[in-house]
Design a binder for this molecule. Structure first.
Ligand SMILES: [Zn+2]
Length: 181
């Protein structure tokens, strides 16, 4: 089960400097507690992971959702997408994820919104920023291992079990956007 983390600092996850192996310590700098090496001058900055998600609407006005087949939130409905790779443009990352996850060619058309959320990764609560792109798909939907099925949902009849808080927010933003265009 996915739980919101109680703390927002990741210092408890790390014990040793990733560059030299010396113990890490906390130091207040640049407005917040930072994780620093006790031997050298390395600051172990902790920034959110970047992720992307696709908002795809069919001709009937229904949005594409996928059922998660991996933890966290296995079995819950989610928007398709995934983490951006190191050095990768976010929209290109989403095109790659849509190809890997659903076997379709995704064409991003507009950046709809961005959200922060917490994500359980390897039993660590990691900070994630998710960018939502509206776009179209080409090809036949073929779910890969990380999703068990896909389904189209009317925007006013979404499933109760959505994987993350930002999914409902983003779908509400999509519904508002479609009313105004
Ligand atoms: Zn060090």
């Amino acid at each position: 089960m996915y739980d919101q983390p109680t703390g927002t600092t990741p210092e408890k996850y790390y014990n040793f400097c990733p560059r030299c192996g010396a113990p890490l310590a906390l130091k207040f700098m640049e407005g917040r507690q930072r994780i620093v090496c006790t031997k050298g001058d390395f600051v172990f900055y902790q920034n959110p992971h970047a992720a992307t998600a696709a908002l795809v609407v069919n001709g009937a006005g229904e949005v594409l959702l996928v059922k998660r087949n991996v933890e966290p939130r296995k079995g819950a409905w989610d928007v398709p997408g995934g983490f951006v790779d190191w050095g990768e443009d976010p929209a290109e990352g989403l095109v790659r994820e849509m190809r890997e996850e659903l076997g379709v060619r995704f064409t991003p058309e507009a950046l709809v919104d961005g959200y922060h959320d917490w994500y359980d990764s390897q039993r660590l609560a990691v900070s994630v920023v998710i960018l939502y792109y509206e776009g179209t798909i080409d090809g036949e939907l073929k779910p890969a291992d990380d999703v068990s099925e896909f389904r189209w949902f009317a925007l006013d009849a979404l499933p109760d079990d959505l994987a993350f808080p930002h999914v409902r927010e983003a779908l509400a933003a999509l519904a508002r956007r479609r009313l105004h265009t």
